[in-house]
Design a protein around this ligand. Sequence first.
Ligand SMILES: NC(=O)c1ccc[n+]([C@@H]2O[C@H](COP(=O)([O-])OP(=O)(O)OC[C@H]3O[C@@H](n4cnc5c(N)ncnc54)[C@H](O)[C@@H]3O)[C@@H](O)[C@H]2O)c1
Ligand SMILES: O=CCCC(=O)O
Length: 502
Amino acid sequence: MTAAETANPTAAAALKRLSRPDLFTGSAFIDGKWVQPDKTFPVYEPSTGEVLGAVANMSRSDFVTGIRSADIGFRNYSTSTTAHGRSALLKKWYDLIIANKDDIATILVLENGKTLSEAVGEVVYAASFVSWFAEEATRAYGDVIPSSMPNTTVLTLMQPVGVCGIITPWNFPAAMITRKIAPALAVGCSVVIKPPSETPYTAAALVKLAIEAGIPPTVIHLIPTKDREAATELCTNPAVKKVSFTGSTNVGVFLSKLAMGTMKKISMELGGNAPFIVFDDADIDLAVLGAMACKFRCSGQTCVCANRIFVHNKVLHEFTKKLIAMVSTLKVGFGLDKSTTQGPLVNRDGVNKVKQHIEDAVSKGAKLEFGGTVPQDVNPNGFFIAPSILTGVTKDMLVANEETFGPLAPIFAFDTEDEVISLANDSEFGLAGYFFSKDVNRILRVSSALECGLVGVNTGKISAAESPFGGVKESGVGREGSKYGLAEYSIIKAVTIGNTNA
Ligand SMILES: NC(=O)c1ccc[n+]([C@@H]2O[C@H](COP(=O)([O-])OP(=O)(O)OC[C@H]3O[C@@H](n4cnc5c(N)ncnc54)[C@H](O)[C@@H]3O)[C@@H](O)[C@H]2O)c1
Ligand SMILES: O=CCCC(=O)O
């Protein structure tokens, strides 16, 4: 479907203003060709609930075709390019993403709902993984190891693992894809991407630009589908050597089990339940800013969002008062309106989950201090909910145990460091954790004690291409971005050269 064909007038007007209307496409990209079958599925625009467009609904056999092509693509690409050549391709792709960032961001707003400034921020963040791995591509060093055997040398080679199956979520339609495929392409792998069915258009725009940058067409494949069973081909087909998934823990566990059937390498970036702790020695204004940054980013729909806010009883009143004051300045609305600071959630289920968490907490004794309703001045068919704050929250409530994935800030009170560490770690998840304190000894102690892969100290912003991203416990395995990111798409081969005196 072209921009002009969408049935949604709000979206149609925005799409008409794109400098590159061709970046908005609902086609699949398989074996070097854009394909649009008759079978499609609808994608919705979250601020109106109306259909944004129709996207190719691909079948299992399309995955088989894509994987076969990617296997050939991998063999050519990995042997015919140098690390410097791959680096140059990634640099070109980075330049094209940045040159088209406003168009990509507009498409992203229309399918995901986030605000335009958040969307531009996400596109720049997504591009930063491409430039980071363009640099890292040239640093895929092996080792020379002193051997225990005479006249022998041991070398290690870092080699690309092969065809990678990439499955990503809707909350970061651009960044979750580049964080995976930039390192894969950097080391010489090929990729088959199954984008999220809520937000497949951003993925297509990125793939178009990758092909324009010169990434060989059989090295990158994009296969949208609403048929989850078809997508599992990426986890069972023996030609796929690596599965990289970002999404919920239950789906991640299911796909991991499938991938283990043929012993694929896996990276699993899964759900979180991040604690956010404000100690009595914290700078409270800084803590409020940190909570705003990591609770309300993307309307609370990030895996690293603060999910449980623990505040020391001595500063509870001050923190809560200041947080309410700041949250009351947020403006909920359509993401492309300049005054909007909070977009809608991605779908109706997201809104219902926030409401369910509020109702459950209030029924068990919590107090709704702010929000909880649908704002008056938004489209009633959109997926909106006001940013909300609860106090008096306790660990028996749903909100303490499940990721809300929405703009709800539940505040728990505590009295001692030991008590709050035990509460913070009382979760099967371990992705992000945050705390605010001015005491250097406490900073070292608590950073070490929190059971999570990412810790923010006196900040709510922790995501960057150079920083290793990933969880512990049921938040997953593997690290993305950073100097560790290439290893996820590589194998280490040991080469022993003997009898060097012969
Ligand atoms: N740790 C991280 O880096 C990270 C980042 C972003 C989001 N997340 C998590 O993602 C979740 C939200 O995203 P979501 O709702 O899209 O997650 P999800 O698990 O429902 O879906 C993720 C992807 O998997 C696909 N999928 C779902 N079931 C499948 C199946 N049975 N077979 C094959 N594919 C399947 C979806 O279509 C989508 O592309 C949250 O739990 C969030 O914390 C984690
Ligand atoms: O939703 C999780 C990923 C967002 C991020 O990279 O900060």
